[in-house]
Design a protein around this ligand. Structure first.
Ligand SMILES: [Zn+2]
Ligand SMILES: [Zn+2]
Length: 304
């Protein structure tokens, strides 16, 4: 039989996993010894029991007998080990957290920090979420190291002040924080813009500053400033640097490692749970077996 016709081959290809879906496969290298992983998890659970009230242990401290170990391959080439509760959900279907804002990453993504990652890109704010207020003490009179005293005099706060921080979801799906222009600002307040003559003035000032000091802002920050000027210098700014984007990796493949705490052998359970047949059922089975034996003996006799 030759190769299947082109149309069928194409169908077979299309039937395969869609591009980008992580595959279950044997990954290079091997998992850490189970005892090491277990010891770490036990220490973490013990620590949690230290600060979580006893009545909440069942809800908040993970039951280690339900923990399943996986290895995942990321598109940066790293192969970390991850844990899930139960083995029914593959690791790319879990929403992993980033630990700066404790927000959930989009499916299939994990943070894997690399020092040589690109710098944070600007992303447009798609959604305003939770709000919190933070009170800061009055600023020091002396400028902190490296800041021009005249500039410091303009930006320093004489009195303690409070700012409102909002969790924002960016168009990439990652979460950052943005400062509201005032305490009573809400997303319904919309964006404030500077008067057009002031924006023109600022544009001229920025262009002059960039010419005299080309390193004042990076290329990316300069583009951002230009976008804000073209938009009339909106406040709050509709875009934000995303610090997750450069450190986020996609899960490309995964491997099952096993339960953190070995399960009881299935066979033992099956045997102990198998119902004992009743006497009448056994008698019926014996009758059937005897009937078959009788027929086979008759066939043997015929042969002889
Ligand atoms: Zn990595
Ligand atoms: Zn992002």
């Amino acid at each position: 039989m030759g190769a299947p016709p082109t149309s069928i081959r194409r169908l077979l290809l299309e039937d395969g996993p869609p591009q980008g879906t992580p595959t279950l496969q044997r990954l290079p290298g091997r998992a850490r010894p189970r005892q090491d992983a277990l010891r770490e998890c036990e220490a973490e659970a013990a620590e949690m029991r230290g600060y979580i009230p006893r009545v909440l242990w069942d809800f908040l401290v993970p039951d280690l007998t339900r923990v399943f170990r996986w290895r995942v391959q990321l598109d940066c080439g790293c192969i970390p080990e991850v844990l899930t509760l139960g083995d029914g959900t593959p690791p790319h279907d879990v929403q992993w957290k980033e630990h700066v804002h404790e927000s959930q990453l989009p499916h299939g993504q994990m943070i894997c920090w690399h020092d040589n990652s690109p710098s944070a890109p600007y992303r447009v704010i798609a959604e305003w979420g939770e709000r919190r207020e933070v009170t800061f003490p009055a600023s020091a009179v002396e400028p902190p190291g490296g800041i021009d005293p005249n500039a410091w005099a303009l930006i320093r706060h004489d009195e303690p002040h409070t700012s409102a921080f909002w969790k924002v979801t960016l168009t990439c799906g990652h979460v950052e924080e943005a400062v509201a222009p005032s305490l009573d600002w809400t997303p319904d307040s919309g964006l404030d813009r500077a008067p057009p003559h002031r924006v023109l003035q600022m544009s001229a000032e920025f262009e002059k500053a960039w010419r005299s000091n080309p390193e004042l802002q990076t290329e990316q920050d300069r583009d951002h400033t230009r976008r804000m000027l073209v938009d009339g210098w909106p406040s709050p700014q509709p875009e934000r640097l995303c610090y997750s984007c450069p450190q986020v990796r996609m899960i490309t493949a995964y491997e099952r490692v096993g339960w953190l705490v070995p399960r009881q052998k299935k066979a033992e359970k099956t045997v102990s749970r198998a119902p004992t047949p009743s006497r009448s059922a056994l008698e019926r089975r014996l009758q059937r077996a005897e009937a078959v034996a009788k027929r086979l003996r008759a066939e043997l006799d015929d042969l002889e």
